[in-house]
Write a protein that binds this ligand. Sequence first.
Ligand code: DX5
Ligand code: ZN
Length: 233
Amino acid sequence: MKTTELLTAAVTGRPVAIAPSLLSADFTALHREVTEIAAAGARVLHLDVMDGHFVPNITFGPPLVKSLRGCTDLVLDAHLMISEPEKYIEPFAQAGSDCIVFHYEARPDRAGELLRRIRGLGKKAGIALKPKTPAAAILPLLPELDLVLIMTVEPGFGGQSFMADQVPKIRTVAEAIAAGGYECELEVDGGIGPVTAKTVVAAGANWLVAGNAVFGAANRAAAMQAMIDAVRG
Ligand code: DX5
Ligand code: ZN
């Protein structure tokens, strides 16, 4: 079984998808990496954009997204860990991102406006929450959200340990999505592997970002399958 189509999250019943994070891929072989995870059943590619200001690390920007767009049909999920997301929504949309996710903490006062801009460009609009930001901050925005991303590590680096204290927040957001009947993905990002995947899907998450657990493994397909099996089992 190569796909996650039969798997659904608790609470919302939405389909589960693994979203490998390019951050942990071999940057000398991105085309091969992307082809490999697509062949293994991935539908979503998570792209960690870091500006060296909102987070203490720097990664890549729209030109890389444009290059990837030219070589894959995967859903390109741009996670903007940047201080001024309003300046970069259009460039990431034009580069071919499918989902544009900015951090609530970067623009708490303008979140609704930015979500409407993203939707206006025909993209899925998402908000990410750092671990210390409560679910309540974004619940009023659910009608304008296509995706909520809950960080289960402090953003900035791959390969960190899952913060179990975020599980109640996942459940709270999942229950609000279900109660409102919203078409909103609930994405969890940081320290996700087979064991934690099962935990977060049971709490209601349906998009599972996995950097180290997929690209840190010699066999990416087997690593993804191990996550699917753990969730199913
Ligand atoms: C961290 C990033 C994550 C990261 C996850 O700031 O947002 O997407 O790549 O990596 P792992 O799965 O290794 O924790
Ligand atoms: Zn991320």
